[in-house]
Design a protein around this ligand. Structure first.
Ligand code: GLP
Length: 240
């Protein structure tokens, strides 16, 4: 695993954005695996600025997202589909038809997972962007998710509900379940770029880098990926 420690969040975002922009420039038809959460926001802002100022084009880029809250339709302001439009897609020249995410309000859970797995099988990610949960989760793969998992519905961990409550008016509004890309599909990406910022991620970063590879810490599976880059700021790196 390549580890890049930056002085702060701004440098982390800049470094990550350069890698994604490099992928897009090298292959204008690339498949980008994208993530939500607060951490990639600075990176997305830089992709938007670069698209505007340097005309890097996403016209033929395809995107697959990691996860979606179960029960939230794509118009819902807390849905990850809405997040992606608001924070990236609406500001770059990507064709929304080429963007994919689980349908939080699908009538049938099983067929929705199968539908998403088919999409993922037909579009191997050239690069998969990841954030890191404070309990070591990636996407919504909570501790003890099978390393062999594909798309599935998860019961969110109490700590994840608490962490994500800051983005809702009330903790009661945070959905208790979500669809997530599985660990096997994440590991299938040609390259992985994982970002973590701030002291509350330091312990998870330590376990990801130095800990045992175990299903108790989903992110630890990334130690087995042949091309994984971890970008962390000083605070997140403080236990290394
Ligand atoms: C959520 C998302 C993850 C994300 C994590 C960390 O649980 N499902 O994909 O990595 O939060 O979020 P943040 O970047 O806001 O700390």
């Amino acid at each position: 695993m390549e580890i890049i420690i930056t002085k702060d969040y701004e440098e982390l975002s800049e470094t990550g954005a350069k890698i994604i922009i490099g992928t897009v420039k090298k292959n204008p038809y690339a498949v980008l695996g994208l993530a939500t959460g607060t951490t990639p926001l600075g990176l997305y802002k830089r992709l938007i600025d670069d698209c505007k100022n340097n005309k890097t084009s996403y016209k033929h880029i395809r995107a697959v997202n990691l996860d979606e809250y179960k029960g939230l339709p794509k118009e819902h302001k807390q849905s990850y589909a809405y997040f992606m439009r608001k924070n990236l897609f609406d500001h770059i020249d990507i064709d929304l038809e080429n963007t994919h995410i689980e349908n939080g309000v699908a009538a049938d859970e099983q067929s929705e997972c199968e539908r998403y797995d088919k999409i993922l099988e037909s579009m191997r990610q050239d690069i998969q962007l990841l954030g890191l949960g404070s309990n070591g989760h990636i996407a919504f793969n909570e501790p003890y998710t099978s390393f062999e998992s594909t798309t599935h519905v998860v019961d969110l961990a109490e700590s994840t509900i608490k962490d994500n409550a800051r983005l809702f008016n009330d903790i009661e509004e945070v959905p208790k379940q979500a669809y997530t890309m599985g660990l096997k599909s994440i590991m299938g990406a040609k390259k992985i770029l994982i970002l973590a910022s701030g002291a509350n991620k330091a312990e998870a970063v330590y376990k990801l880098v130095r800990g045992e590879v175990t299903e108790a810490v989903p992110a630890s599976i990334l130690q087995n990926h042949a091309d994984c880059t971890l970008i962390i700021d000083k605070e997140a790196a403080k236990l290394l």
